[in-house]
Design a protein around this ligand. Sequence first.
Ligand SMILES: [Zn+2]
Length: 443
Amino acid sequence: MNSLLESSIADCHPASVPDFTPVAQLRELQLKRLQAVVTRAWQQVELFRSRMDERGLAPQAVRSLEDIGKLPFTKKSDLRDTYPFGLFASPMKDVVRLHVSSGTTGKPIVVAYTKEDVDVWTSVMVRGLAGCGLHRGDIIQVSYGYGLFTGGLGAHYGAEGLGATVVPASTGNADRQIMLMKDFGVTAICCTPTYFLHLIDRAAGLGVEMKDLPIRTGIFGAEPWTEPMRKHIETMGRIEAFDIYGLSEIIGPGVGCECRRHQGLHIFEDHFYPEIVDPATGEPLADGSEGELVLTTLSKQAMPMVRYRTRDITSILPGRCECGRTLRRIGRIGRRSDDMLIIRGVNVFPSQVETALLEIEGTLPHYQIVLTREQGLDQMEVLVEVTPRMFTDKIGSLQGLHDRLQGALDHVLGIRVRVSLVEAYTIERSQGKAKRVIDRRTT
Ligand SMILES: [Zn+2]
């Protein structure tokens, strides 16, 4: 074992040891678990069995990890169509927890956990938080929503499992959040990146400088965010910001997390098997190619997911991380195929807008995209908050800022959009995931 590896392990919580499993041993474990999960789903879940039958496949067809490519995909619509309990592989007496992920349309989706599943969830969150340098002695404020959403309880169990002190603040009441951070000496926070931005703003309004507080780490997830946003948050809050990834369908937060090298997110591969496929054809793509992330749960009991199409666009990063973890990494997810807007035939992602805005001084990282249709033609307007100082300056500088933004957006998006500068706090603040797009187009 090299000294880098030894020191990396020494830095971690004992629960992090699986992060460093030799690759051959990890692949062997993955195959064994894949065979078990496919067998379980085939025996217990009617939809999965019928799709395997259609392909003339039995669980014995999985002889190597590559054979995963033969298995049918699972889509979000499958969870909706079998609402509420159609994909459960455990009897309700073995299910200790239900969570619900809200859909934008129609019925929500329901996910289930056995006691063993909750323990796995806790363990991957512990490994994620430990990888961000947190440990016993840290005071972690969990400002994700508690309740049916997986964010709050997932982070809570992980932080408690780590041995840290947990402040279960949930979302809302920013003034009280800031009071708790200050009075309790909170050292780390888990929330959405936009909520943390909101807290920075509120703190300033209360005469508290986030940079003067003991907080040094932020674990941010549940919405796509960009590298320029990380820089902004790290500078404004004087913290180290980490990206965490997860989704309820797979387990909740804790599917993957950045380590302190910040070069992609390690997937906890002993429990979740990642693939990248072409979003249009479903064909597997090689490491390094960008495509849709597909995940298979390797240990889930109550609700195994085989080849779940996440709709998140990323790539598996080639090579080994300098931290010594053998777990493969994915690039940070800047966009979801669901988020794609088609404006006058051109594909636009909100993250492109965010990147362009954050590179121009004088703007705040609060923006909203409003889509309308005028005389049959799509129109896109970007509302951007600007710093109070810009509004008190001469009108000329506002115009200059407007033109710079216009130029940057035209360049990045490849279409002409309308830019409207608005005063700080004009755009409604979200408690959780930010509402970036308002679509007023009628179809
Ligand atoms: Zn690493």
